[in-house]
Design a protein around this ligand. Structure first.
Ligand code: C5P
Length: 246
C-alpha cells in the first residue's frame, strides 16, 4: 500500500469550509480523511457527503458506546453515507462490537474499528473507573475482544502497536493516532511517535492532524511525510534482502 493511502488526515475543524479548504490544499495525493465529533456535530452528514463527492475515503470517528441497537443504527447510517471506517469503544463489550460488525455486513467497504484505551487515559484514570490493570494489559484485552468479535481493525496508541501487532492477526487493521513529525517530538508525551516508527511497529494506518493542518504548507508537509515513508520502506526492503543473501 502506498504511504499516501496509509495516512488518514484528521479534520479537527469547526466548520466544513475550513475542512474543505485543507482538502483542496492537499489535492489528489491525500485520499483518506478522519471526521470526528466536532466537525460532525457542527455540520452533520454534509461533511461526509462533501468528502465522498470529492473522491475521498472517510474514517468516521464516532467512538460509539451505546446499546447494541443504537450502535447498529449508527453503523448502518455510516454505511449508507459511504464511510470506510467507524470506531466503536471496545469497552462497550463484545455484544455491542458484534452488533456493529453485523450492521456493517451489507456495506463491504465499511470496516469496524474497536477502540482500545483512549490515549488521554492514564493508569489512574482506569483505576478511577474500576479497571485495576495497566494500560498495556487493558489495551491487549480490548484488542483481543475486538478481534474475537470480528472487528476488522483496532485503534491503539503508538506505544502499544508493536506489542499488539505481534499477538494479533496480520490482516487486522491497526490505526494509530498520536503521531508527531521528526524534529517536533515532545519528550513529555510518552504515547506519541513519528510516522516511520509507527509503521515500523506494525501500524496499517496513521492518523495525523495538526502536524499537517497547522503546518505552514500542509501540502508540502504531507508530501514530505509520504516521501520519507517511501524512502524508509525501500531501505527496509533492501536491508531485508541483504540479510537473506548473507
Ligand atoms: O494530534 P493530532 O492533531 O495529530 O490528532 C489527530 C487525531 O488523533 C485527533 O482527532 C484525535 O482523535 C487523535 N489523537 C489521539 N491521541 C493523541 C493525539 C491525537 O487519539 N494523543
Amino acid at each position: 500500500m502506498h504511504p499516501a493511502s496509509r495516512i488518514i488526515i484528521a479534520l479537527d475543524f469547526e466548520n466544513l469550509a475550513t475542512a474543505m479548504h485543507l482538502v483542496k490544499q492537499l489535492g489528489d495525493s491525500a485520499k483518506f480523511y478522519k471526521v470526528g465529533l466536532q466537525l460532525l456535530t457542527a455540520e452533520g452528514p454534509s461533511v461526509v457527503q462533501a468528502l465522498i463527492s470529492a473522491g475521498k475515503q472517510v474514517f468516521l470517528d464516532l467512538k460509539l458506546f451505546e446499546i447494541p441497537n443504537s450502535v447498529a443504527g449508527a453503523v448502518r447510517a455510516a454505511g449508507q453515507l459511504g464511510v470506510s471506517m467507524v470506531t466503536v469503544h471496545a469497552m462497550a463489550g463484545s455484544t455491542v462490537l458484534r452488533a456493529a460488525v453485523e450492521a456493517a455486513r451489507p456495506f463491504p467497504h465499511l470496516k469496524i474499528l474497536g477502540l482500545t484505551v483512549i490515549s488521554s487515559m492514564r493508569e489512574a484514570d482506569l483505576y478511577e473507573v474500576g479497571v485495576k490493570v495497566s494500560i498495556a494489559e487493558q489495551g491487549i484485552r480490548l484488542a483481543q475482544l475486538a478481534t474475537a468479535a470480528a472487528c476488522q481493525g483496532i485503534v491503539a496508541s503508538p506505544q502499544e502497536v508493536a506489542l499488539l501487532r505481534r499477538i494479533l492477526p496480520t490482516e487486522l487493521l491497526l490505526v494509530t493516532p498520536g503521531i508527531q513529525l521528526p524534529g517536533h517530538l515532545k519528550n513529555d508525551q510518552a504515547r506519541i511517535c513519528t510516522p516511520e516508527q509507527a509503521l515500523d511497529a506494525g501500524a496499517s494506518h496513521l492518523v495525523i492532524g495538526r502536524s499537517i493542518s497547522h503546518s505552514e504548507n500542509p501540502a508540502a508537509t504531507f508530501s514530505a511525510i509520504c516521501e520519507q515513508l517511501v524512502v524508509a520502506s525501500r531501505q527496509k526492503k533492501s536491508s531485508l534482502l541483504l540479510q537473506t543473501q548473507t
